[in-house]
Write a protein that binds this ligand. Sequence first.
Ligand SMILES: Nc1ncnc2c1ncn2[C@@H]1O[C@H](COP(=O)(O)OP(=O)(O)OP(=O)(O)O)[C@@H](O)[C@H]1O
Ligand SMILES: [Mg+2]
Length: 258
Amino acid sequence: MGSVEGATASPIIEAEKLTKVYRSGRIEVPAVRGVSFTVERGEFVSIVGPSGSGKSTLFYLLGGLTRATSGRVVIDGVDFATLNDAQRTQLRRHRIAFVFQKFNLLPTLTAMGNIEIAYSVSRRKEPLDRAYLDHLSGLLAIKGRLEHLPSELSGGEQQRVAIARALVTRPAILLADEPTGNLDTKNSEVVLEMLMRSNRELGQTVLMITHNPEAAAIAGRILHMRDGQVVSVERGRGASNGNGMRPESGGTTAVGQV
Ligand SMILES: Nc1ncnc2c1ncn2[C@@H]1O[C@H](COP(=O)(O)OP(=O)(O)OP(=O)(O)O)[C@@H](O)[C@H]1O
Ligand SMILES: [Mg+2]
C-alpha cells in the first residue's frame, strides 16, 4: 500500500493539538489536553511526568491504538485519521513496535512463541532473523529463558522478552511505556543500553515514557507532562551524539518556544 510509505523529509512523528477525553457514563476524564510536538527521524525522546498525567494515553494515541478526541497524529507524513482500520493496522505493523507498561505477553505461549507470533503479525517479507534474535537475547540476558511461559519468568525477564519482541522486527519507531518500571538497577541498565544501541546503531526512533529521571536523561530530548499537557522540554545527555537534535534546541525551554 503506497500510502503508508510517507515522505522522508518530514518528521517521523507529528502530534498536533492532540486531545483525549475518556468518557465513562456521565463522567469525562480529559487525559490529554492539547499536546503538540514533533519527533525527527532517529531521535530518542523521553516523556516524564507524574502518575495520571496522561503519558500512557499519549503513547496509545501516537501508536494509533486509540483514536484522538481531537487533533492529529501524523506518522511518516501519514495522518492516522485519514486511514481506515486496516490501513491503520498496516501502518502500525510497518513502522511501530511497542513495549507496554504491563508487558502484554500472551500467557499461553512461551517467550519464544511470543516473539515468533509478534514477528509473524508484523508481516515482514523476510523470515525472522534467528541470528539477530540470538544477538538480542544475549544482550538482554534471556537466552536460557525463551522456552518458558511468561508465568515462569520474573517481571524483569518478561520485560526483556517484550523488548526483544519489539526490536526483532527492526521497527522505524519504538514506543516504550515504562520499559524499566519493574526492573532493578542492573536490569534497567541492560534495557536502557539496548534502547540506546537500537537508536544509535540502527537509527531507530525511540520514544520512552519513564518515571525515572536518570533513565529519561539518556534521551536527546525530555518532554515533561503534567495534567495532560507537555509543560516543558529539556535537553538530555543523548543530545550530543548526532541523533538529529538541533544544537539550538538545548536547555530547558517552555514548550511554546521550541
Ligand atoms: N480507559 C480509561 N477510562 C477512563 N479514564 C482513564 C482511562 N485510562 C486512563 N484514564 C485516566 O486518564 C488519566 C491519564 O491516565 P494515563 O494512564 O495516561 O496516565 P499515566 O501518566 O500513564 O500514569 P502512570 O504513570 O500511573 O502510568 C488518569 O486520570 C486516568 O485515571
Ligand atoms: Mg502509564
